[in-house]
Ligand binder design. Sequence first.
Ligand code: UD1
Ligand code: CA
Length: 500
Amino acid sequence: MIRGCGMFRPRSKGVVPARAADGKAPDTKHTARPLMTSDKLAVVVLAAGQGTRLGSARPKVLHEVAGKAMLDHVLDAAATLAPERIVVVLGPDMEAVAEAARARGDNLHTVVQERRLGTGDAVARARPALAGYLGPEDGGDILVAFGDTPLLTAETLRAMAAARRAPGAPALLCVAFRPEDPAHYGRVVRGPDGAVEKIVEYADASESEREIELCNGGMLLGDGPLLMSLVAQLDNDNAKGEYYLTDVFALARAAGHRVGVAEADPDEVMGVNSRAELAAAEALMQVRLRARVMAQGATLVDPATVWLSADTAIGRDVTIQPNVYFGPGVVIADGVEIRAFSHLEGATVEVGARVGPFARLRPGAVLGAGARVGNFVEIKNATLGAGAKANHLTYLGDAEVGAEANIGAGTITCNYDGLTKHRTVIGAGAFIGSNTALVAPVTVGAGAIVGAGSTITREVPAGAVTVARGAQKDREGGAARLREAQRKRQARAGDGASKT
Ligand code: UD1
Ligand code: CA
């Protein structure tokens, strides 16, 4: 069911270690030591492209899929390999991206590719950040990934890493796929034995090479010093006048190294270059995320109508009715029911609580075990204790509601005075009557009862009954007298009108 989940296609199509060009099997030309015996790994993510076709002022890799920047998807997938170092290659004027990336940790470095001279040049720009991966005495593997392939999975990367650790592993590994429409992808050219000979870019490919269905997904993994020495040998004598990273495979072969190919699901290597492709990536990601929460024990009554964020955490025996939106930062515990048309972000919902229909949980909303939040209720930066209820037409912002408290329909916490926000604290077991305005900062003590229609501006003592509204006055028989007076007024007005 999970298409694009990163498993390589059937084993026969998996990693194919190629034989050395000269027929000699062992790969000993570059160094005497066996390749990839350690787990030392550096990841280079290419992200210098501006993404002109997205028509955006924002750098392409910051566009989001499932509420997370594309670059973060790639970096998170790469992080599962526990690389010793990550280098992100950015374009000029991408300082915001650089800062966001570096905030991820000390092992992340950024380098700038001043001019976009091709994927091979981009990898070469990473050299200053790759000390320890450059010389024959250094060793270590380098993984090159693209910043605009958000669907890349940890599984595929792990399978590639495993292929590099296997006995007789190839020095370099490319990732190939068979797209429905091979269009302008680079083509993987293999010899009669199935070994990779080279990758030819579409613009440079002959008629017969364009017939090849096996396309280059873009990522590669291989021996670091070897890769960097090959990258230094690239030229731009080709149809696009670019330094193609893909030329390293032919160079590796020519130097007697073995090149392997790992075949991945086409969805996974999909690159995002336009808004339409961004939407397509989003759709594929949603399918994947829905499958994940269902596999973890959640019931999605109508999966296609539930939108999830990459970090949405949903427990077991959770039921989600149709048309529910989970923005970033939502955690749902076991046994929760989310009814239709609810919108949640930055919210935590504890065991057995019920949300919606038509509820809105904004950042900082925390619903305790068994709490109930019903239709047209908005909760922001507020905690509801276990078993507390706010079932209808209510706004609770910057508030703390005790366990088992009952918030009547139409209750509003007036948290904002036009300048700053203030807190409302409602004690355990309190009862707030319908249409109450709580003018913060204000406290309602535990167990207190507030009469409907109250405007509460100062503390309600615990256990008190408080009513704060205009007192009711009743004039016996007054309705008939009032109607008579109205009729007379109307008649006088009519007389006046007919005289003019
Ligand atoms: C590349 C491959 C092609 C493969 C395809 C898969 C090369 C030469 N071609 O082509 O074989 O089928 O990906 O999607 O590698 N970038 C830089 N600096 C540059 C150029 C690119 O950082 O100077 C980055 C881009 O931001 C992008 C990635 O490298 O993240 C790929 O570049 P792109 O121009 O999209 O490569 P393709 O032409 O799609
Ligand atoms: Ca591309």
